[in-house]
Design a protein around this ligand. Structure first.
Ligand code: SF4
Length: 287
């Protein structure tokens, strides 16, 4: 049996019931969920996504709000630049596509802040079109089951898409299931730290397992810096102050969030440069 058939049968029987998998979830909901899920765990995304879609059920609704409201509603999902990018995408969808999320990958890629992964995920999951969709989980399953490597190594869009395309079934529906199934397999069975091979549908054909789980010796993607004490932590603290206030936050208030003035100034300058904060009389606020 092909890998795709094995994964698809396993997925149909074992998939988690997640909101964005409901048949009527809609392209806008899927686009928002994909952006939220990029760097935030599922359990934290689900409640925030529901509130977001209740408030902004369409791209036009979000586009009509100021970008600062999107940043405020992002709350503590992390990497708040995603809120600004989502707002910019909503404006572009409203202006260029009459408020309708496009199904074409090139049109999706032309939207601000929509990258290779998100464009293909929306085309495949919202519109059922046959495209390879590759996230970290898919890369890891392919690296192990097909290539016999413990890790996937640094990402390469072209190579990763080709590897998934080579496994992708021909029909739109089977391809959509396979994309989702490979992601699910990497998320809940073939996890980075503790793969559960005894529960894996690919256990009999997995090359890494057959080779006796050799350790990874290839190149690695850059490791993300530790969060504690990082500029990212200081940015998060300043953003929490801005989100929590309806009036400008003074520089004296910002000085209370972090003792190191050099790092604090650098974090604030970064937020201003990214458009996540703006200087106004009396201090700083969301855009
Ligand atoms: S057999 Fe183990 S290592 Fe191979 S794909 Fe399955 S979970 Fe991953």
């Amino acid at each position: 049996m092909s890998i795709a058939r094995v994964v698809n049968e396993w997925f149909v029987a074992n998939r988690r019931d997640l909101p964005w998998r409901a048949p009527d979830f809609g392209a806008w909901g899927i686009l928002v969920s994909e952006i939220m899920l990029q760097q935030t765990p599922v359990a934290r995304v689900i409640p925030r996504l529901a509130l977001w879609l209740e408030r902004w059920p369409s791209p036009a609704a979000l586009a009509a709000s100021p970008p600062g409201e999107a940043v405020r509603a992002w709350e503590r999902l992390g990497y708040p630049r995603r809120a600004l990018r989502l707002h910019a995408a909503a404006v572009a969808i409203t202006e260029r596509h009459s408020g309708v999320v496009p199904s074409d990958v090139d049109q999706l890629l032309a939207l601000p802040g929509i990258g290779d992964y998100t464009a293909r995920a929306v085309a495949a999951f919202a519109f059922g079109l046959r495209h390879p969709v590759v996230d970290t989980n898919v890369r890891r399953v392919i690296a192990r089951a097909i290539d016999g490597n413990a890790e996937a190594g640094p990402p390469s869009t072209r190579r990763d898409l080709e590897a998934m395309e080579a496994l992708l079934p021909h029909s739109d529906e089977d391809a959509r299931l396979f994309n989702a199934g490979m992601m699910e397999l990497g998320a809940i069975v073939c996890t980075a730290r503790a793969p559960r091979c005894d529960a894996c549908p690919l256990a009999d054909s997995c090359r890494w397992r057959a080779d006796g789980y050799p350790p990874y010796e290839g190149p690695r993607a850059a490791v993300q810096a530790k969060f504690d004490g990082s500029d990212r932590q200081v940015r998060g603290l300043i953003m929490a102050e801005l989100r929590g206030s309806d009036i400008p936050v003074s520089i004296a208030e910002i000085e209370t969030v972090w003792p190191d003035a050099v790092q604090r100034d650098r974090a604030l300058a970064g937020l201003l440069a990214d458009g996540l904060a703006v200087a106004v009389p009396g201090g700083y606020e969301l855009p």
